[in-house]
Design a protein around this ligand. Structure first.
Ligand SMILES: [Fe+2]
Ligand SMILES: [Fe+2]
Length: 144
């Protein structure tokens, strides 16, 4: 499997968790559990994505700008995640801020799938893309 398909699987997992967190209106306990799950997946995904796909893109003149932009978005998302993690979930502002993070992340994943991966396919060979999937799994698996 080339890395793109693996990343899309992971994006799907994040989208499902984002939706479940919004839906978990009845129980703060389950929202907390889902949030911790999501937080770990989102942070580990971005980390492993940077160490594999974006490492390769950065090395190419036509991929450098795009890689920088995505990595900046990862950094901003990670900061927003940590701010939310420190906030009291019972505060109604928490869900508002969470929803704005969810919008940003959905947009980021869509951009990756519609623009970054097609660009990467023109830069990275099929064989390397498969190797990257293995490296991604190793890194990602070690973390979450
Ligand atoms: Fe990303
Ligand atoms: Fe991603």
């Amino acid at each position: 499997m080339p890395i793109y398909e693996r990343l899309i699987e992971d994006h799907h997992r994040q989208r499902v968790l984002l939706g479940r967190i919004v839906d978990s209106t009845g129980s703060l306990e389950s929202r907390r559990r889902l949030w911790q799950q999501f937080r770990l997946v989102a942070l580990c995904h971005a980390d492993a994505e940077e160490m594999t796909l974006y490492e390769q893109l950065k090395a190419s003149p036509s991929g450098l700008e795009r890689a920088r932009l995505s990595m900046m978005e990862h950094k901003e998302a990670a900061e927003a995640i940590e701010r939310l993690d420190e906030m009291d979930m019972a505060n109604p502002e928490w869900l508002e801020k969470f929803q704005s993070l969810a919008r940003v992340l959905r947009h980021h994943m869509k951009e990756e799938e519609e623009h970054v991966f097609p660009l990467a396919r023109t830069i990275i060979s099929e064989i390397v893309a498969r190797d990257l999937a293995r490296s991604f799994n190793k890194r990602r698996g070690a973390l979450a």
